[in-house]
Structures are given as structure tokens and as C-alpha cells.
Design a protein around this ligand. Structure first.
Ligand SMILES: *[C@@H]1O[C@H](CO)[C@@H](O)[C@H](O)[C@H]1NC(C)=O
Ligand SMILES: *[C@@H]1O[C@H](CO)[C@@H](O)[C@H](O)[C@H]1NC(C)=O
Ligand SMILES: *[C@@H]1O[C@H](CO)[C@@H](O)[C@H](O)[C@H]1NC(C)=O
Length: 347
């Protein structure tokens, strides 16, 4: 009964929360007290619009000015000729790791002795892979956290790295300047799948982590295989997409998706947020809504004018992602200070 009254209060007035959370013995305020969606039964758990209100340590989720994810308007990207390709350093080795159902994501963590680093692109330092995390939707065409020209994809792979040159571990880096680099790869449904995703999502493997806290060991993984065949990317400065939403992440969105099969997508949707004794609640739609871009700059290493002066057509060719309804018109390319800025609008 108390739960219900309390829930109603919170739903009615966001500022009630501030009063409530000031009370000393409120039981639920802890690291894991957040959710993506309303829970059908049981007590209130804060959804994304409340993350920043229920815990003062998470206030950046509400008041931050460079939050993630964002919608990328490709017409607002700026070509930065100084962005070098991303360099992946696996030491030529295959790696092992453990795949978890965290109740919120499919999460893959490498064994401690396997160090995979990336550098180049927008990075000044080398960053070490900490976790591979999957976000996905309950329906096709939703489930990615980032949007491209307002459109979502069926999922998003996030490779989360921390700056191991400046910081001793992920926890320390996550709250520090230049702490994190997240490589983001959109997922699309196709007839065949990416070989790395196939290792994670084939029925024999994915069904081992159906319930929260399930874990399954994988060996002989080649991290290189998760990367789509492209050197092109889009980058901006943002935040973690889960509480505490620290604004310490440089995002790198690869300019090509990876593919998974309809069957694999289906298996993902059959993962539960709960333990086996509890009701089945699909993990899908584990997505934070897009946040305001504010004054941030979105840079890319895609040189739209590479193949001549015919800017609009080139753009259509070079950019792998195009909204199905979007056509680009009214383009001009301006060249100044060695940087090409593309201006235009999407109909
Ligand atoms: C990653 O960086 C660490 C620390 O510099 C280094 O020991 C390790 O060998 C690097 N890993 C690879 C695969 O280069
Ligand atoms: C991370 O590093 C900090 C500072 O060196 C240390 O205090 C902390 O215990 C470490 N945390 C973990 C989870 O290893
Ligand atoms: C971008 O493409 C234009 C047109 O081909 C070329 O003049 C320019 O040098 C290119 N810039 C870079 C950095 O590659």
C-alpha cells in the first residue's frame, strides 16, 4: 500500500522525489535502482526521465549539457581532415571472456589477462576494452540508442573502453576527464550475420543466459570481427548512457552496421530481465532516449567532396546510412580553413 501511494506521488510530481529522497531510510536508493521501462507490477523504479531526480549522484542525467545518446543529423556533420583511422590492437591474439545477462543488457567482459586496446581517430591516448554491451528493440527498426537523421536501428553494439594510460581501472576513468571511449556499431537484420555476433547469439550460446545473472564463458574470440569493414566514423563528446551519466565519454559511431539474423534477434528478445523464479520480462528496448545536442560539434572523417564537385550524389554514395524517406536537397559545400562544412537539409 505504501508503495502504491508513494509511486503515485512520484508520478504526479517530479519535485516530490527530492523531498522523499531526503528521508534517511528510503530503502531503494542504490546503484542499481533504475530501469528503462515502467515495471508492470511491484514498486516504482525510476525510468530515464527520473534518473537524475532520484539520486543526487546522478544529477548529470537531468542537468548535463553533453549527454548521450543523441540524434545525428548527417547534414550537420563537419569533415575533420585530421581524424586518423581507428587502430585496433589485439596483439594478434584471440581472447576469451564471459557473457552475462545483467538484467538490462547482454554484456561481454574479456578475461583479465586479455588486453585489447584502441587508439587513433579522435583519441589522444590508448584505451582498453572493458565491456561489449548490446542494446536492442522489441521490434525491428527500434532498439539503437543513437539515431541517424531521426531513425533508429534494430540494435546497437557498444564497445566500452577506458583510458588505461591515465587511469588504473574503468571505475576511476568513468568519472574522470578523457576517461572513456565508446565505439558504437548499429545492428541491422539480414540473411547472414556478423561472425562475432554469431558467436554470441547462436541459439546454443544465447540460451545459456536467458535469466538475470546467468553467465557463459566464451573462448577464441576475435575482437576484430565485430568491426564492420569501414574506416569511416562519426565522433562527438558525450556521456555514459546509464546512471550516473558522467560526461566523460568520446563516442565513435562506425559508418556501417553489422548484421544479425532474424532468428538471432528473436533470441535476444527472449532474454529476461528477471530471474527464473520471477515473471518473464523481455530485456528488449533497453534504450535511453536521445538527449539534446546543445552546442556540440559532430565530426567525421568522411570527405564528402572526395570524388569531385557533385556534392549531393557523392554524399549519398559515401554515407552508408540513409533514412528511407530522407532525400537530401539544397547542398552547398563551403571550403574554409581546410575544413569542408556541409550544409543542407533533410526533407
Ligand atoms: C594494451 O596496453 C597495455 C598497457 O600499455 C599493454 O601492456 C598491452 O600489451 C596492450 N595490448 C596490446 C594487445 O597491445
Ligand atoms: C580502481 O582504482 C582506484 C584508484 O587506484 C582504487 O581505489 C579502486 O579500488 C579500484 N577499483 C577497482 C574496482 O578495482
Ligand atoms: C577531400 O576531397 C577533396 C576533393 O577531392 C580534396 O581536394 C581534399 O584534399 C580531400 N581532403 C582530404 C583531407 O583528404
Amino acid at each position: 500500500m505504501m508503495d502504491i501511494i508513494w509511486e503515485l506521488l512520484i508520478i504526479l510530481h517530479a519535485n516530490v522525489i527530492v523531498c522523499i529522497s531526503a528521508q534517511p531510510n528510503l530503502p531503494k536508493i542504490h546503484e542499481g535502482w533504475w530501469a528503462y521501462k515502467e515495471v508492470v507490477q511491484g514498486s516504482f523504479v525510476p525510468v530515464p526521465s527520473f534518473w537524475g531526480l532520484v539520486n543526487s549522484a546522478w544529477n548529470l542525467c537531468s542537468v548535463g549539457k553533453r549527454q548521450s545518446p543523441v540524434n545525428i543529423e548527417t547534414s550537420h556533420m563537419i569533415f575533420d581532415p585530421f581524424l586518423t583511422p581507428i587502430k585496433l590492437n589485439t596483439g594478434g591474439r584471440k581472447v576469451g571472456g564471459t557473457m552475462y545477462n545483467t538484467g538490462r543488457h547482454v554484456s561481454l567482459r574479456l578475461d583479465k589477462e586479455h588486453l585489447v586496446n584502441i587508439s587513433g581517430g579522435p583519441m589522444t591516448y590508448s584505451h582498453r576494452l572493458e565491456e561489449i554491451r548490446l542494446h536492442f528493440g522489441s521490434e525491428d527498426g527500434q532498439g539503437s540508442e543513437h539515431l541517424l537523421n531521426g531513425q533508429a536501428f534494430s540494435g546497437e553494439v557498444q564497445l566500452i573502453h577506458y583510458n588505461h594510460e591515465l587511469y588504473t581501472n574503468y571505475t576511476e576513468a568513468a568519472k574522470s576527464p578523457n576517461g572513456l571511449v565508446v565505439v558504437s556499431i548499429f545492428m541491422k537484420i539480414a540473411e547472414t550475420s556478423n561472425s562475432f555476433l554469431n558467436r554470441m547469439l547462436n541459439r546454443d550460446t544465447i540460451t545459456r543466459i536467458t535469466y538475470k545473472n546467468d553467465a557463459y564463458l566464451l573462448t577464441g574470440l576475435n575482437i576484430e570481427e565485430i568491426y564492420p569493414e569501414t574506416n569511416s566514423f562519426i565522433t562527438y563528446e558525450g556521456s555514459m548512457t546509464i546512471p550516473p551519466c558522467f560526461e566523460t565519454a568520446t563516442w565513435i559511431l562506425m559508418n556501417k552496421p553489422v548484421y544479425l539474423t532474424r532468428m538471432q534477434m528473436h533470441s535476444l528478445r527472449l532474454l529476461s530481465q528477471n530471474q527464473p523464479s520471477q515473471i518473464f520480462l523481455s530485456m528488449s528496448d533497453n534504450v535511453r532516449p536521445v538527449q539534446p545536442l546543445n552546442n556540440r560539434c559532430i565530426r567525421t572523417n568522411i570527405n564528402f567532396s572526395m570524388q569531385g564537385k557533385d556534392c549531393p550524389n557523392n554524399r549519398a554514395q559515401k554515407l552508408q546510412y540513409r533514412g528511407t524517406n530522407a532525400t537530401f536537397t539544397g547542398f552547398c559545400c563551403y571550403l574554409f580553413l581546410g575544413i569542408v562544412v556541409l550544409l543542407g537539409h533533410v526533407d
